[in-house]
Design a protein around this ligand. Sequence first.
Ligand SMILES: Nc1nc2c(c(CN[C@H]3C=C[C@H](O)[C@@H]3O)cn2[C@@H]2O[C@H](COP(=O)(O)O)[C@@H](O)[C@H]2O)c(=O)[nH]1
Length: 357
Amino acid sequence: MSDDEADPELLALLRQHFQGKLNLDEEPETGVLEGAEYVCDNSIDVALNMRASKNAAALIYEQMQQKEFSTASWSEHELHPKTKDESTVAFIFTMDLLNFSFWSLRPEEERFAISYRDKNWTGYWSLVASLQRALEEDIPITDPHYWQNEEECNLESLRYVFRSCTDEEIPLLEARLSCLREAGKVLYEVEAANKSAAGLVNILARDFDCFRDESRYEGRRKPVRFLKRAQILVADIWACFNGEGYGEFRDIDKITMFADYRVPQILATLGCIGYSPPLQAMIARGDIIENGSDYEIQLRACSIWCVELLRREIKRQHPDAKINAILIDFFLYDTMKLLEAQGKETIPHHRTRSIWY
Ligand SMILES: Nc1nc2c(c(CN[C@H]3C=C[C@H](O)[C@@H]3O)cn2[C@@H]2O[C@H](COP(=O)(O)O)[C@@H](O)[C@H]2O)c(=O)[nH]1
């Protein structure tokens, strides 16, 4: 072959690459942990406390062992779906499309709540209860075709699905409808990610605006990615299916802590993270912290990085521990909710209103 004729194989490869069809990296990365470490290294309003984190790691692991905390714990929750089938995947997908911003400024007895199975459910559980109740009322709330049908699925019908037993409505109802509408457009196959957790997270962030949870941070060229609902979606499917069938992901340990408003709260309560005086005062007063602000990015990123360091410390203390950031996160969230139920909250959660968490 003369040297001015490019190899046809190479040409075909390059053509595919420039058409964006070539997936060279068989082992995708989400970039969440890399961004979290960068922010944490440059953060002045949130700092990690290594001694408290070391002590917390031992405490968390001991309690997780005592409670035999595992993926099976996910399905033990009264409201979580029990069947291991495609309808449960659809349930979890719908749930994590809408799994954001339940906090209320109202007193406990007046806040948005769902009455279901003779109990009033608030926060995240109000979402799960609403979806279960809708399905029992034969509303196909987990069906993408329903989300697309403007006759059937609209603000009125969604207001009915999330009807409250108090006079406070679910926050961001319109935003929830647009998340469903958008998702309805991109009919989704879990197989697309060929069993890669990071791959599925990246596809969700690429194909759905409402999963693309990232922020520009100071001078950094690349946005800092949090991808909280994309990651908790993968984690919920993995946990629900105990890592089998739809829940099988070869790289599940690449999933990080989910940067919400509860786990930073328990990390601060444990002393693992600390705030600068101005940030401390804002959180104590219950001031709104804007989504995308420096304070908020530092809070979320340092929490992700802190849970990563807790995971590493637990693995150092117990090399054969079957543990990852997901199980630590789930455990910390449940622990925070227990403290809340016992009226033992000492540090409030930060207040950011957004569709990201
Ligand atoms: N980081 C993290 N964030 C989590 C969860 C969960 C529930 N996961 C269940 C599944 C397995 C676990 O064992 C849990 O039982 C909800 N959230 C987020 O918190 C906020 C709701 O708070 P509140 O209004 O107080 O209910 C909201 O942003 C919601 O998206 C978690 O696990 N981790």
